[in-house]
Design a protein around this ligand. Sequence first.
Ligand code: 5CA
Length: 445
Amino acid sequence: MRLSKFFLPTLKETPADAAIASHQLMLRAGMMRQESAGIYSWLPLGFRVLKKVEQIVREEQDRAGAIEMLMPTIQPAELWRESGRYDDYGDEMLRIRDRHDRELLYGPTNEEMLTSIFRNFCKSYKELPKLLYHIQWKFRDERRPRFGVMRGREFLMKDTYSFDLTEEDAIKSYNKMFVAYLNTFARMGLKAFPMKAETGPIGGDLSHEFIILAENGESEVFCHRDLLEIPAPGLDVDFNGDLQGIVDERTALYAATEDVHDAEAFAAIPDDKKVSARGIEVGQVFYFGTKYSEPMKAKVSHPQNGEVPVHMGSYGIGVSRIVGGLIEAFNDDAGIIWPRSVAPFDVGILSMRPGDDATDAACEDVYCKLKAAGLDPLYDDTKSSAGAKFSQMDLIGLPDQIIIGPRGLKQGVVEVKDRASGERVELSTDDAVAEIIRRHSQAVL
Ligand code: 5CA
């Protein structure tokens, strides 16, 4: 992409009403614009990151055996009356009436709808287990939308729903999602830790939140320090095998969110292993048995026992929230520092003198070679000053930059800058291209 053709409305000033780094940087880097409290337009740069995050989430769901589908944002109220949640959900639900005076709502989650789809088509235990998911916008009329996309009213969520014959089988589905989540966040460069959590309006009595530690996180969390050292299971996990060991290793150590914190159990941890911190909830998994299948009559034939309600769980990831969470985890005074797996472009090319024949030719050459190698470069071919180009490129946080100008070219070199470390090396144009390709291939999991 040539910057002269792109749409990148970056801001010089830090917006006054944005309280935390991610919110400020998303606005300054031209990633999004607020349309109403907690409702945002995703501008092209932000949209690219959102899509990258979404794709990693999708690939890890697919790897774990979940099947993708798409349900609507608008749902009929009757479904929610069946489960009893239409009244229970309260003011967070956006209620709508259509021209026939039918009651609708903008979905805050989809337990009812998928339970209804399931009961419509699946009647036998032979169809189980099933894991179905979609990635769709949700609406929750949050009392205090804040911190930009972190607590929005409209937000993008991946939600998966599991259907099993027994509790024992349902725990296997729970474990699949638990393990898939560890790998999902690791692929984005995030360290997310499972912590015991309250089940709230979703229900059930088994739940874990996946938390990334961050000073500005909304959640207060408590855990054993050793949990922070356990690496992600890795992409070669066998999702058809027994995953209980992987889950047990991580749930044996104390880890809880504020709502379910057990001060006594925490006190028993040696002082040097106690972690009390703030965090961002990037995902949550729930097992709630027959909470929806019982009242909504989602039953299957049992091999011995007639008809039984299915055991269910649901599993959410805050796709749009993760974009903010990534920036909280990866930024410095100059701006954002994207991990390579989610960066909006792989590399920036900065032309120090557009219009100079040698510079234009070298930029074009590097741009074409990077594209031919399957990379996605952003080529700053604009007439802005060198200083403005440097600070804008640092602000938007592409992992690598190639700086090309007439002075270097006379010596046969361009400059390659690593955004995270600030390290600069001088290389020939071909070596610069090879170096970027090398860095990129190392980052791909
Ligand atoms: N149905 C279940 C699981 S699919 C569910 O809705 N779970 S949830 O309420 O925990 O939401 C799932 C994830 O969505 C959360 O972990 C969080 O990362 C994200 N999320 C929830 N509310 C918001 C919000 N207001 N803004 C941005 N992300 C949110």
